[in-house]
Design a binder for this molecule. Structure first.
Ligand code: SF4
Length: 345
């Protein structure tokens, strides 16, 4: 309940509520743990646990967290590739979480996803033309000629040559393959794209090229992004705001400027400290308190009591084991879930 109040407070701080494209409210995705010969449910993996946030039209929200934080599950639940356990997903004011799969299909063309691994997400037996045209073939009544024209236009938009459409995925580098995935995601002219670690599988030298392309396409086509990454350096340039997730929950959310200049949650500080030194050349970052992340993330099937981060937090104190911190407004649109910033009641 408190989290939802904070969510409403965040929205009130946005200049125009009517600008909100995606509004996620108290979203949960629990996976049952089944044991024994009768496959009885003995517990739940709380992959996404009471997550609320919104994204404005044309904005990029970065979602960052280690593997197991629930960020990719969150993306799949928003697209209804997975059914939510509870919560609401408003897209353009329409509630999607309660819709049957058949009804969700009408929103699919407006909501697309670019996956991390272009090797796995592209069918190696299909030519680039077939891959890029396929969504049009399935979801529109365009003629063959129209599909071909649109595909060529999109293939060129992502920086490949029109002739490349006759080739197959294995004939391209990783970066080029990700460009093909992007072309396939954008061919339906979506409003909203979930980018699920789209550059993580690429060489560092190629990552910046693909990120720049995604930024250019966003400006050109008026796209709204939810950009998922496991490290804060990747989302820095492309995001307007950033949410940090830990064990299925958002622990801090702020504008990019505030989050990188003045991170508050010990986990955010640790993630920033783990960015390689070359990224840390600004004086402001050199002055920042260094928190080194140690130990593994606990199992989401059996999270610690109180604050889920307490087993790795160098600032943990008694209250942290007893009480789960909720997101609190610390000003300027920066929200943090940590007892260091909350008063005792
Ligand atoms: Fe650390 Fe306590 Fe804050 Fe959790 S609530 S991040 S354990 S200080």
């Amino acid at each position: 309940m408190e989290e939802m109040m904070m969510h409403e407070l965040q929205k009130n701080k946005t200049e125009a509520r009517s600008d909100i494209l995606l509004d996620v409210q108290a979203l949960k995705k629990y996976f049952p743990i089944k044991e024994g010969i009768f496959k009885r449910t003995t517990g739940y993996v709380k992959a996404v646990d009471d997550v609320s946030f919104f994204i404005r039209n044309g904005e990029t929200l970065g979602i960052v967290g280690e593997s197991g934080s629930g960020k990719s599950t969150l993306g799949r639940v928003i697209l209804r590739l997975l059914d939510p356990t509870a919560g609401k997903i408003y897209f353009n004011g329409n509630e999607l979480a309660a819709l049957k799969q058949r009804a969700v299909r009408s929103y699919r063309r407006d909501m697309q996803i670019v996956f991390q691994d272009p090797f796995a997400s592209l069918n190696s037996k299909m030519s680039i033309a077939e891959l890029v045209e396929e969504p049009l073939l399935i979801q529109t009544s365009f003629s063959k000629k129209e599909r071909k024209e649109k595909a060529i236009e999109m293939i060129e938009k992502v920086g490949l040559r029109a002739d490349d459409r006759l080739k197959y995925p294995h004939e391209f580098s990783g970066g080029q393959r990700q460009r093909i995935s992007i072309a396939r995601a954008l061919i339906m002219e979506p409003q909203f794209v979930i980018c699920d670690e789209p550059v993580s599988a690429l060489d560092v030298s190629i990552q910046a090229q693909v990120l720049n392309l995604m930024k250019d396409l966003q400006d050109d086509l008026g796209l709204t992004y939810l950009f998922i990454a496991h490290d804060l350096s990747v989302v820095k340039h492309i995001s307007d705001r950033v949410a940090v997730m830990y064990l299925g929950r958002i622990v801090e959310i702020a504008t990019k400027h505030d989050l990188y200049k003045q991170p508050l949650h010990p986990y955010t500080k640790a993630l920033l400290a783990s960015i390689p030194k070359v990224e840390h050349q600004q004086p402001i970052q050199q002055k920042r308190e260094k928190i080194i992340l140690s130990g593994d993330m606990p199992s989401p099937a059996n999270p610690p009591s109180g604050c889920a981060f307490r087993t790795r937090c160098p600032s943990a104190f008694e209250r942290c084991a007893k009480e789960r911190p909720v997101l609190q407004d610390v000003g300027n649109g920066q929200f943090v879930a940590c007892h260091l910033y909350t008063s005792t009641t």
